[in-house]
Design a protein around this ligand. Structure first.
Ligand SMILES: N[C@@H](CCC(=O)N[C@@H](CS)C(=O)NCC(=O)O)C(=O)O
Length: 197
């Protein structure tokens, strides 16, 4: 089967973990990135759920929802644990991170009351940090063994805080930040970003 096409905005956001998972596994894909102004005009009507990202296959089938797309890419790249307990640990981390992600996104996009969102985000980040730290390896990998899809998702989330949410000090959440640093420091991840320069 020829390469699928990943559609998303020209930002890391919800597609970066999938881009990295494909890259790390050496799985070819087309990386279509668009500007916000192109979204309304050209891409929104093509998006299966009216939202990006989505992954289009050449037979006309697709996958939408960032988490599902990441699972697909990461499974192709051997980054989804086959042991169900390990997988449950990853899913636990993804879920606690998602709660914090919602509050941080509200801050980044100026939705609702900023102070309230900051309070909630800090609370959820502290909870996620505690849960994620409970099984993390000394290198920072969430499942306690090696780099998986959820490490990529946490990396992308922390990157959003670092790049776009100066009101939150990501380094305070030491376990989550450790995962971020483990991904940033991975030689293959470094190679990916150098290839994009
Ligand atoms: N639950 C979806 C959320 C997707 C989503 O909200 N995408 C945003 C970009 S991050 C979007 O498409 N915004 C444009 C719009 O809503 O028109 C997922 O995880 O993929």
């Amino acid at each position: 089967m020829s390469s699928p096409t990943l559609y998303y905005f020209d930002i890391p956001g919800l597609a970066e973990p999938t881009r990295l998972a494909f890259y790390l596994g050496g799985i070819p894909f087309e990386d279509v990135r668009f500007k916000p102004e192109q979204w309304a005009e050209e891409y929104k009507s093509q998006a299966p759920s009216g939202k990006a990202p989505w992954l289009q296959f050449n037979d006309g089938s697709y996958l939408t929802e960032s988490r599902a797309i990441l699972m697909y890419a990461a499974s192709k790249s051997g980054m989804v644990p086959t042991d169900f307990t390990q997988l449950a640990v990853c899913e636990q981390a993804y879920s606690v991170m998602s709660d914090a992600h919602r509050d941080v996104t509200s801050i980044v996009y100026n939705r609702g009351d900023k102070e309230e969102n900051l309070k909630n985000a800090r609370e959820r980040l502290a909870a996620a940090d505690k849960v994620i730290g409970s099984r993390q390896s000394s290198e920072g990998w969430v499942d306690g063994k090696g780099m998986t899809y959820v490490d990529l998702a946490i990396y992308s989330f922390v990157k959003m805080i670092v790049d776009r949410c100066p009101d939150i000090d990501a380094t305070q959440y030491k376990r989550i930040y450790k995962t971020y640093e483990a991904v940033v420091g991975d030689p293959r991840v470094k190679e990916y970003y150098s290839s994009k320069k």
